[in-house]
Design a protein around this ligand. Structure first.
Ligand code: CUA
Length: 342
């Protein structure tokens, strides 16, 4: 069904030629539900039930009200001028009917409120034993930092474990959403927000930004990888070791996509939000203040750590600082990678 719809939409959705390749979309596992992705967390069932009840109640009320309206329009329409103007004594109210149509919806609404409120309290109450991951939203990527200090652009969590997400934003409002877990919360600059989930299935599930945050908002995608027991610990152990054994240029290539550089800098010469990296090393760049800068290791390092100091002419001052976000060996790796892009 979904693949059929996708094939119908593909001519519309295909990127126009000449624009840079969009970020590969994280894939949702096939879902047995018509509207919704898989229910892969402990709260998903409850949320979907409430949603379904609300949808079907609304559909039924809509049909009932519209049906009654059409029926009355036909039944009481004026058949002639005389019939229309005849004065008739009509009953002014019906107590039983009025009490019924007030009391029944009241009971339904109270039940929906209790159900919804209970769900809300469950969603907002983080279990005490939850494992914490710090998440930071930044135009236009998510960054996940684990308890041992390691950070990654993909969220790794163990299955069957409550996980607390402590969220902040380094620039504007973003919103962190994991559709398969049915959890969502805003990332707000200058304060922490939190949510929690308990994944019930292993696999990979998309993470989206659901608050418009600028040009590449729709590319602000990531994924959560839910590991089987033991897999998460193994991932943390190996991750840092692996990075240190890579050749710098190769690590730089990974950081280019991991740290969000590729949202603004192309490597094929095309113009994005910032200057392309292709052939930039060794060039003389005209700066916004009228001077020129020689692009060498020190210029690149300064531009990553303190991007507003030497702005290239014709580009907006929109790059955030990476001070503290990149370790020394990572800065070197990025510079070595830029050098290879001739
Ligand atoms: Cu970040 Cu939209």
């Amino acid at each position: 069904m979904t693949s059929f719809i996708a094939s119908l939409l593909s001519p519309i959705l295909a990127a126009p030629t000449g624009t840079p390749e969009p970020t590969a979309l994280p894939k949702s596992p096939d879902s047995p539900y018509f509207w919704m992705p898989t229910r892969s967390s402990t709260v998903a069932d409850q949320i979907d039930w409430l949603f379904d009840v609300l949808v079907w109640l609304s559909v039924l009320s809509c049909i009932g009200i519209m049906g009654a309206m059409v029926y009355f329009c036909i039944k009481y329409r004026a058949k002639s001028r005389a019939a229309n103007e005849r004065v008739e004594i009509t009953p002014d109210h019906n107590t039983t009917l009025e009490i019924t149509w007030s009391f029944v919806p009241l009971v339904i609404l109270i039940a929906l409120f209790v159900w919804g409120f209970k769900g809300y309290v469950d969603l907002r109450t983080v279990p005490k034993d939850a494992m914490q991951v710090h998440v930071s939203g930044q135009k236009w990527k998510w960054n996940f930092t684990y308890s041992n200090g390691w950070s990654d652009d993909v969220l790794h969590v163990p299955v069957d474990t409550p996980v607390k997400i402590l969220l902040n934003s380094t620039d504007v409002l973003h919103s962190f959403f994991v559709p398969a877990f049915r959890v969502k919360i805003d990332a707000v600059p200058g304060r922490y927000t939190e949510l929690w989930f308990h994944a019930t299935e292993t696999g990979e599930f998309p993470i989206e930004c659901t608050e418009y945050c600028g040009t590449s908002h729709s590319d602000m995608l990531s994924k959560v990888i839910v590991h089987p027991p033991g897999g998460y610990e193994k991932y943390l152990e190996q991750a840092e070791e692996k990075e240190k054994t890579l050749p710098p240029a190769e690590l730089g290539a990974q950081l280019y996509s991991k740290k969000g550089c590729k949202q603004c800098h192309s490597i094929d010469g095309s113009r994005l939000i910032g200057p392309t990296w292709k052939g930039i090393f060794g060039k003389s760049e005209p700066l916004a203040d009228g001077s020129t800068a020689q692009v060498d290791e020190n210029y690149l390092r300064e531009s990553i750590v303190d991007p507003q100091v030497k702005l290239v002419q014709g580009y907006p001052p929109s790059m955030p600082t990476y001070k503290g976000q990149l370790k020394d060996h990572q800065l070197t790796a990025l510079i070595e990678y830029i050098k290879t892009l001739k």
